[in-house]
Design a protein around this ligand. Structure first.
Ligand SMILES: [Ca+2]
Length: 106
């Protein structure tokens, strides 16, 4: 009998990223299931990252989409989506480091 392998935390994170991408990319039937259209991107941002989007002016998401869409096809593929996640993770990491520094100094 095959032993059930418990995924590591890292493996679960990767799996979650794929699942969340597929969930939003597959919402519009008229659009490819493998990419996020502008509408799907906005839905993703406003649902999954609401704490980030609620204090932004509406132009910010437009500009983000344009910047992330490296091949300018009006869609975000998985690689382009990962650049967004990577950028956000980096920003979070930087702010954790900054607050850790502040705590150390106190
Ligand atoms: Ca693209």
């Amino acid at each position: 009998m095959a032993k059930k392998i418990t995924p590591t935390e890292t493996e679960r994170c990767i799996e979650s990223l794929i699942a969340v991408f597929q969930k939003y990319a597959g919402q519009e039937i008229t659009n490819s299931r493998n990419t996020l259209s502008k509408t799907e991107f906005l839905r993703f941002m406003n649902t999954e990252l609401a704490s980030f989007t609620q204090n932004q002016d509406p132009g910010v998401l437009d500009r983000m989409m344009k910047k992330l869409d490296l091949n300018c096809d009006g869609q975000l593929d998985f690689q382009e989506f990962l650049n967004l996640i990577g950028g956000l993770a980096q920003a979070c990491h930087a702010s954790f480091m900054a607050s850790a520094q502040t705590v150390k100094k106190m």
